[in-house]
Design a protein around this ligand. Structure first.
Ligand code: CDP
Length: 236
């Protein structure tokens, strides 16, 4: 399969172009904070509850709140029906999501508490961990939880010998490498960095820089989503 031809990718994008992204804050009435992200064909909800007292007590931390993150894929979200419930992949993504978000949340403000972050993937088409983290940080902010910054996440990788931004499904399946990151925009700090496939050191650096550029664009959309909500014109 030819994934890239004359600099144009299989879905018509340029190498440094993101898929179309829409972010909306405050979409779920019963959660303390929420967000919805449409990213290409991905459709993702994030719902935040808390901070509230943590039970069982032995899990409490005297110095900070703990973050509990749950990434879940609906059985109808993928081409081949997914068996409901947690699997190895969702346990892994829940864990990396928690450790990506923890440095940006002021957990020290809420000792002995828990903050729940639920991520539901209702439609999946590559890049769902990034979409989930992007949605979760908007939902945390929407819940009024103090944060050092929002946390945009985005992948770059190698496809058909070229370094490209934000891999689509075909590129993820048949490309050489995928490198998702989450970045704290104010400091440039990275809280998630994963990679599969093969790249040279130079290519990794190029992909990392490209993914950071993607994060900056997504950051603007995250802020805009929160502003939209608090301006009160969130009804489209
Ligand atoms: O979604 P993300 O790229 O963060 O994670 P991945 O493990 O690299 O999965 C890539 C893609 O494979 C997902 O976004 C889904 O589109 C697809 N997938 C699937 O079709 N069935 C699964 N059980 C898991 C993933």
């Amino acid at each position: 399969m030819e994934l890239i031809k004359d600099g144009i990718r299989i879905d018509g994008r340029k190498k440094d172009e993101l898929r179309e992204i829409k972010i909306k804050a405050g979409v779920l009435k019963r959660a303390d904070g929420s967000a919805y992200v449409e990213w290409g064909m991905n459709k993702v909800y994030a719902a935040v509850y808390g901070p509230r007292e943590l039970y069982p007590r032995f899990l409490r931390r005297y110095d900070k709140a703990i973050l509990q993150c749950r990434y879940n894929m609906a059985s109808f979200s993928v081409e081949e029906r997914k068996r409901p419930g947690p699997d190895r992949r969702s346990v892994e993504i829940s864990k990396v999501t928690r450790s990506a978000l923890e440095p940006v949340v002021l957990t020290e403000n809420f000792p002995e508490s828990v903050i729940n972050v639920n991520i539901e993937i209702v439609q999946a088409e590559a890049g769902t961990r990034c979409a989930g983290i992007t949605a979760a940080s908007v939902a945390l902010a929407d819940a009024g939880i103090p944060m050092r910054d929002l946390l945009p996440a985005c992948a770059a990788g190698k496809v058909g010998g070229e370094i490209v931004l934000d891999l689509c499904k075909e590129e993820d399946n048949f490309g050489e490498s995928d490198l998702p990151i989450a970045m704290v925009p104010r400091t440039g700090g990275i809280t998630l960095l994963q990679m599969d496939g093969l790249m040279t050191e130079e290519e990794i650096e190029e992909a990392l820089n490209l993914a950071k550029k993607g994060c900056k664009i997504i950051y603007e959309k995250q802020k805009e989503a929160l502003k939209q909500k608090y301006r009160g014109n969130n009804n489209d």
